[in-house]
Design a protein. Structure first.
Length: 133
């Protein structure tokens, strides 16, 4: 009985160590790819004069976060962690946060819309809802 258990443990350990090392390598390579991708996208966005700097920062943050989430999901799949439940959890968490912060998210979306369309510039006189400035 102990021989069988010992055999299974040694087999499990060698497989799990190689799997863990593979996942670690993918995690490191994924982070390097994310770093270079954000640098490349940052350079492309700086060449474009159409987007405001705050929008550029927002886009770079979204790229970093999405890259990190994808990298973690790939590593979790390699380690035989059920990724379907993780994706469901992330979706539910995103829905809960967006519903809790609905007004804030609406204002952020409105701000992004204003910065991308640029209907007015610094120094313009604006009147809206009884206020002017």
């Amino acid at each position: 009985m102990f021989e069988s258990l010992k055999e299974h443990l040694s087999d499990f350990t060698s497989k799990s160590i190689t799997t863990f090392i593979g996942a670690l390598i993918i995690f490191i390579v994924g982070n390097i790819i994310i770093k270079y991708l954000t640098i490349l996208i940052g350079k492309l966005l700086k060449k474009s004069n159409k987007l405001d700097r705050s929008i550029q920062g927002f886009i770079l943050t979204v790229v970093r976060v999405l890259g990190a989430v994808i990298t973690v999901l790939i590593c979790a799949d390699m380690l035989s962690i059920p990724t379907a439940s993780l994706v469901t959890l992330l979706g539910t968490l995103g829905l809960a946060v967006s519903l809790a912060l609905q007004d804030l998210v609406s204002n952020v979306a409105g701000g992004i819309f204003l910065m991308t369309t640029r209907p007015f510039k610094t120094g313009d006189w604006i009147e809206a809802d009884g206020f002017d400035g």
